[in-house]
Design a protein around this ligand. Structure first.
Ligand SMILES: *Cc1c(COP(=O)(O)O)cnc(C)c1O
Ligand code: SF4
Length: 354
């Protein structure tokens, strides 16, 4: 039985300003687009910023060539210096383990390729369709189930959304559009604004859901232009963030997410259960507490999709159940995410009971 040290919670939630890599004056002027472009994509720079020697990390160039290192500086600032096992670092570092061939781990584990309705539009579930708005992401998460997805073929450019929009228009059973990708917030606010207008014009669509990690990894992405289109739409907006560890929630993020919360959108979070990153009850409890403190409800805790190259992140279902039992015993029900797994061909995400 693991016991949660409540004392440590108090410390964790009095967030202090992180030591900045950029000086304060510079930071004020930096736009999210600049932060996006200046994401770190080489090992030397990463090591410099973290005060780690290259030879302390089990990096692999083959892994990097398959799915390149990419991480915004703001996210690096939240990593612990000189710690090769930092839980945020482990999420983005291309390592040797990714090269292991493990039975059962495939290139399209969730059956996305079978669910394509038209270019860039996936539908697996009743009433909601998922638009692959872009293939790009601000951060490359090593466990990503889309790391092998043939985006170049399924990537409607913003001027080529028409086919997907027609499809949505013609199917009156769809009431919710999910913007996904990649990360839809990589698109500019003017692109998003015009897309949202077109979706809004389809009478049977009531809700717009945005699946994004950008506000977490580059909090400046929540800017006036974005708040403007979110505020001025008739669609119910649901933002589903992707945060795996309480350490990802820093002061910079808190300030920005408060601005987003003021628009009255619904804020949810989904996490992936990842070995050596968040697979202990203290960590999951701290995450739920930190989310709720910022008006974000824990929605899903996904077991790992069995994607090739990510087997070293896998947590067994038995262990996942045990962890859920532990956190459910210690948290109010609304802070307990649903443990789910994606099974190709099912009518919904499959709940794992515990
Ligand atoms: C996960 C997913 C959804 C959303 O499912 P919810 O249970 O409503 O969160 C919708 N479409 C696809 C293709 C998905 O993979
Ligand atoms: S942000 Fe999401 S889509 Fe992009 S790499 Fe990470 S998990 Fe995958």
């Amino acid at each position: 039985m693991s016991t949660v040290k409540r004392a440590s919670l108090t410390r964790e939630y009095t967030f202090s300003e992180p030591t900045t890599l950029l000086n304060r004056k510079e930071k004020k002027q930096v736009s999210w687009q600049h932060e996006y472009k200046s994401s770190v994509s080489n090992f030397e720079e990463l090591c410099d910023l973290l005060n780690i020697r290259l030879d302390q990390l089990p990096i692999s160039l083959s892994s990097h060539n398959q799915f390149p290192l990419r991480v915004p500086k703001s996210y690096i600032q939240r990593m612990e210096k000189s710690n090769p096992n930092d839980p945020l670092l482990l999420q983005i570092l291309p390592i040797i383990n990714e090269q292991q061939i493990v039975k059962g781990f495939t290139k399209d584990p969730v059956g996305d390729l079978q669910s394509i309705k038209s270019t860039g539009l996936l539908q697996k579930y009743e009433g909601r369709a998922l638009l692959l708005a872009t293939s790009r992401c601000a951060i490359h998460c090593r466990y990503c189930f889309r790391r092998h997805f043939p985006y170049s073929e399924q990537n409607p450019r913003h001027d080529a959304w028409q086919q997907a929009l027609n499809e949505l228009e013609n199917d009156t059973s769809i009431h919710e559009v999910i913007l996904s990708g990649g990360d839809p917030l990589v698109l500019s606010d003017s692109q998003l604004k015009s897309l949202v207008k077109k979706i809004e014009a389809i009478r049977h669509i009531k809700r717009l859901r945005i699946h994004t990690r950008l506000p977490v990894v580059i909090p400046n992405r929540i800017c006036d232009e974005m708040l403007d289109w979110i505020t001025h739409t008739n669609l119910k907006i649901i933002v589903v963030l992707h945060i795996n560890h309480a350490q990802e929630i820093n002061q910079e993020f808190i300030i920005k997410i408060q601005q987003l919360a003021k628009t009255q959108c619904t804020l949810l979070n989904q996490s992936v259960l990842l070995k050596n990153i968040n697979d202990n009850s203290t960590c999951l409890i701290n995450l739920s507490e930190a989310l709720f403190a910022n008006k974000i409800l824990p929605y899903y805790l996904h077991t790992l999709d069995k994607v090739e190259g990510a087997a070293h992140f896998d947590v067994s279902e038995t262990r996942a159940r045990k962890l859920m039992q532990e956190i459910a015993n210690q948290l109010p029900g609304y802070m307990v995410p649903k443990l789910v797994k994606e099974m190709p061909g099912q009518a919904a995400k499959s709940l794992i009971s515990y």
